[in-house]
Design a protein around this ligand. Structure first.
Ligand code: FAD
Length: 302
């Protein structure tokens, strides 16, 4: 089921239908904070008031022209400006394929640089999400390059990839901030651990490495056991709560989110918004196919 949903996440025809259908649009609200920046800012202010920091994601990925990449960059500049001017406690997360990675690496780098430069000026931060393993080397190269110039940028490492320990060690040695996640794409066994238990074990090892040596790491998971393991490791090693943060996705495990905030841990919510929600949405369904039944049930409920 997971592979099938991830396969569907890349179907262009289905994506077009879903993103323009009123019925399907109703479904997206479970994981997406709205279509517009204004809607996302309203959600963001309410979340700030409840003690959550944010990272805003303007949905979109795999653009096919330089003009679309420039539009994405401009949408992010508007978002970062609104965060800055509105005094919102938050930063932005973006995908390089949305900034033109598959069209021209140089143009993509230049699009992201404009945003990172602004973030540096405003003492804010840009997180470069990690996409499929075809993008890993190019993503890390751009991140290293921009970090050397501006600092205000970090990235994501996926525990399901065999290569990740080496990447974490390299990023730590450069003082580049890492968000650790399990990984959300369909990857072959030649590059990624095929079993969930192997991914979880690797996640815990990388979490420890990051807490020991990382620059303000982000532990991004809804996995209660891993969250407890992180708390225990930080307590045992006397790592202060200000030295790292937990992150979760908008709409997932709100009970756990509230609990961490109440316990006084630093916490950031990943809040996506925009009309290009289909691939993001399908990856969320693939993580927990039971969501599919939950959503279908609600759809037909009055
Ligand atoms: C802040 C943040 C940023 C991320 N950025 C990236 C990125 O840049 N690149 C990338 O590849 N992946 C990214 N991910 C996704 C990540 O890789 C996982 O696919 C996702 O977080 C699910 O894994 P998990 O760690 O929650 O553990 P899992 O073992 O998948 O889930 C643990 C428990 O969490 C709950 N849960 C998890 N997912 C869902 C869901 N969709 N719906 C309902 N309940 C759920 C369930 O109770 C489940 O038992 C990000 C995740 C987070 C939290």
């Amino acid at each position: 089921m997971r592979s099938f949903l991830l396969f569907l996440s890349r179907r262009k025809g289905l994506r077009k239908w879903m993103e323009t259908s009123a019925l399907a649009h109703r479904l997206s609200t479970r994981f997406v904070a709205g279509d517009t920046l204004e809607q996302a800012l309203k959600v963001g202010r309410d979340l700030n008031a409840e003690g959550y920091s944010l990272t805003l994601d303007v949905l979109g990925e795999s653009v096919t022209s330089a003009a679309e990449a420039a539009q994405a960059r401009d949408a992010y500049v508007r978002t970062l400006t609104a965060i800055h001017e509105g005094g919102i406690q938050g930063n932005v997360s973006l995908k390089l394929t949305q900034f033109g990675l598959d069209i021209s690496t140089e143009e993509c780098r230049s699009n992201v640089e404009q945003l990172v430069r602004l973030a540096a000026e405003w003492n804010n931060f840009v997180r470069i999400d990690m996409e499929s393993s075809e993008c890993t080397d190019r993503t890390l190269e751009i991140v290293r390059d921009l970090h050397a110039g501006y600092k205000a940028v970090g990235t994501v490492i996926q525990a399901y990839l065999y290569r990740s320990r080496k990447d974490v060690e390299d990023l730590c040695s450069r003082g580049i901030r890492v968000r650790l996640c399990k990984g959300a794409y369909l990857e072959p066994a030649s590059v990624a651990f095929p079993k969930k238990s192997q991914v979880d074990t690797n996640y815990v090892e990388l979490m420890k490495l990051l807490l020991d040596r990382g620059e303000y790491p982000a532990i991004a998971t809804h996995d209660e056991q891993i969250i407890e393991a992180t708390k225990a490791y930080a307590a045992a090693k006397k790592i202060p709560r200000e030295a790292f943060e937990f992150q979760m996705l908008y709409g997932i495990r709100r009970d756990l989110q509230r609990k961490l905030v109440q316990e006084g841990y630093r916490f950031r919510l990943y809040v996506p918004f925009g009309s290009a929600w289909y691939p993001y949405y399908m990856r969320r369904l693939a993580e927990r196919p039971a969501n599919l039944f939950f959503i279908l049930r609600n759809l037909f409920r009055k």
